[in-house]
Design a protein. Structure first.
Length: 213
C-alpha cells in the first residue's frame, strides 16, 4: 500500500502536466479533437433569373373593395334517394383593382405635330391587375351537407369566385373610364411642359378627339 502511494506521488507531477496539456489542446479550435461550443449552420441559396420584361404600364387609379362571397354547392342525394343538403362557404374578403395604360403601345404614328399643337393618341385603358388581400380575407363560415364534396376544393373555389367578383366590380364601377380621365389629367401638364406645345388627346385616329383639336 505504501509502495503504491509512493508511486502515485512520484508520477503525480507528470499526471498533472498531461491533464493540463490535454485541457490546453482541447481549447484550440484548429485541433482536430477540440470541443465545438456552437453548432455551425450552412445555408445554400440559388437564384435563377428566369425572365426579364420591359415595363411601361402607368398605374393611374386603384379601387379598393370589401365584399362577402357566398358559394353554394348542390350535393347529390345520399344513396341516390335521400336528400343530403347543400354545402355552403361564406368568405369575407378585401381586394383591389388597378387601372393603367401601357405606354409601350404608343407608336410614332400616334403622335402628330401641327404647328404649336401636339395631338397624341393614347392607348386604351387596361385593368392592370386585380387581387385579394390575403391577410384580410377569411372564411366566415362553412356548412357541410351529409354528402358534401371536398372541403378544400370548395374553399379554393370560393377564393377564385371572390377574385372574379373584384374584377367585375371594378369594371362595373367605371375603372377604365376613370383610368382614361386620370391619364389625361396627369400626362397633359407633363407633356405640355416637355414639348412646349398645346397638347390634345384622342382615343384613336378614326374616332373623335377627346379634346377638340
Amino acid at each position: 500500500m505504501h509502495l503504491f502511494i509512493r508511486i502515485i506521488l512520484k508520477f503525480l507531477p507528470w499526471i498533472l502536466i498531461i491533464f493540463a496539456l490535454l485541457y490546453f489542446l482541447s481549447n484550440i479550435k484548429s485541433w482536430p479533437f477540440s470541443r465545438s461550443e456552437t453548432a455551425e449552420t450552412e445555408i445554400t441559396h440559388t437564384t435563377i433569373l428566369h425572365k426579364i420584361e420591359a415595363l411601361g404600364k402607368l398605374e393611374l387609379v386603384k379601387y379598393n373593395f370589401q365584399e362577402i362571397t357566398e358559394l353554394t354547392e348542390r350535393n347529390n342525394n345520399f344513396l341516390g334517394i335521400f336528400p343530403s343538403g347543400d354545402s355552403k362557404a361564406v368568405l369575407i374578403s378585401q381586394g383591389e383593382a388597378v387601372g393603367c395604360i401601357d405606354l409601350t403601345k404608343i407608336q410614332q404614328d400616334d403622335i402628330v405635330i401641327r404647328g404649336d399643337s401636339l395631338l397624341i393618341t393614347l392607348p386604351d385603358p387596361e385593368l392592370c391587375y386585380y387581387k385579394l388581400n390575403m391577410e384580410k380575407t377569411r372564411i366566415y363560415s362553412i356548412e357541410r351537407g351529409v354528402y358534401y364534396k371536398d372541403e378544400k376544393q370548395m374553399i379554393q373555389k370560393a377564393y377564385r369566385l371572390a377574385e372574379r367578383q373584384i374584377r367585375q366590380a371594378a369594371l362595373d364601377s367605371g375603372i377604365l373610364e376613370q383610368t382614361r380621365d386620370n391619364s389625361q389629367l396627369i400626362l397633359l401638364p407633363l407633356l405640355e411642359e416637355v414639348s412646349n406645345k398645346k397638347v390634345y388627346f384622342r382615343r384613336s385616329l378614326g374616332t373623335d378627339n377627346i379634346n377638340k383639336f
